[in-house]
Design a protein around this ligand. Sequence first.
Ligand SMILES: Nc1ncnc2c1ncn2[C@@H]1O[C@H](COP(=O)(O)OP(=O)(O)OP(=O)(O)O)[C@@H](O)[C@H]1O
Ligand SMILES: [Mg+2]
Length: 386
Amino acid sequence: MIGEHARELSAKLQAHRLQLFPPSARKTLRKFTSGEAARLIGVNDGYLRHLSLEGKGPQPEIGPNGRRSYTIEDIHALRAYLAESGKADRRYLPRRQGDEHLQVVTVVNFKGGSGKTTTAAHLAQYLALNGYRVLAVDLDPQASLSALHGYQPEFDIGENETLYGAIRYDGERRPLAEIIRPTYFPGLDLVPGNIELMEFEHETPKALADGAGAESLFFTRMDEALASVADNYDVVVVDCPPQLGFLTLSALCAATAVLVTVHPQMLDVMSMCQFLIMTSDLLSVVAEAGGNMRYDWMRYLITRYEPGDGPQNQMVSFMRSMFGEHVLNFPMLKSTAIADAGITKQTLYEVSREQFTRATYDRALEAMNNVNSEIEGLIRKAWGRA
Ligand SMILES: Nc1ncnc2c1ncn2[C@@H]1O[C@H](COP(=O)(O)OP(=O)(O)OP(=O)(O)O)[C@@H](O)[C@H]1O
Ligand SMILES: [Mg+2]
């Protein structure tokens, strides 16, 4: 009976998606107004208009109302055009160069619903919109990050098509490059997840017991898989499952930076305390076994924050006084714009302003951009940039 329910549900979900994203059930990315494009590139709108009037660089689409809009491909092409005319100006093409190393940002906490997937999705999309080459990795068997990017885990993702395929212990292991998929977001690729990832939790204890896979221990496998595709990316963003298993540990070992999402409420903070204790114990075992545990940075991100809520404010002050600079300056505000966008499997960066009460949308987007730009700053600092 459960099997029947599963098949029925999967078909219904597929039909729902067809309805949301006709005609192919595939998501596509909206166009951006010239104002949005200008902000993303870091020039003023007048300058873009000037370029388009002179017929220079990629041209916008002009709507019936005379409004200019750009696809994200156009925006990336504009970056390349501006960088070229400005003698490879780094401002427009922020990709890593020289010995700047791949950044692997792991988003963790074993508390369910602390905002990991929302944070990972928005960070990955923000970085892609801003001209970085990004790989998002869905390590959660529940595959919410994949669903947000248009993939229905039991329908679109087949056997050996998750990260598990690249880190498994048997002869079926395959290169990560074969598993990576493009998304409808230019500049953002995805390693999708589904329930198959659970295999790694089951197989790792066996491999540890019978000494199989000794040529590369469990905690180095993900690191090696990512290293095999490092040349194609600037930043990898990893969305972890809400438990501290071998997948999460692997992600912590592959990370160059760690972001712990925390909702500022007593029970959540108490749960995080346990998570930190367990993590530090486990990581010191891994470090003794030769794992590399050095991070460029580690930060707590306050999520779903309600500024008017007294107890939440107390919790935030408590965390700031204890962890100091390790708490990001900008919290992510709780917003119906994010929750509503999530209902149609979208992020704030995908929906357009007209779909919302303007003030609600603007406030949410400002908070989200502040958080992501602070993280971008940490990434650039890790690369030794100003
Ligand atoms: N800033 C926010 N404002 C409003 N709703 C939010 C916000 N952040 C997250 N949510 C909502 O809270 C829910 C949980 O968020 P999310 O899925 O990101 O958490 P998670 O830590 O990934 O959960 P899990 O542990 O199950 O993987 C989602 O429905 C999401 O839309
Ligand atoms: Mg999640």
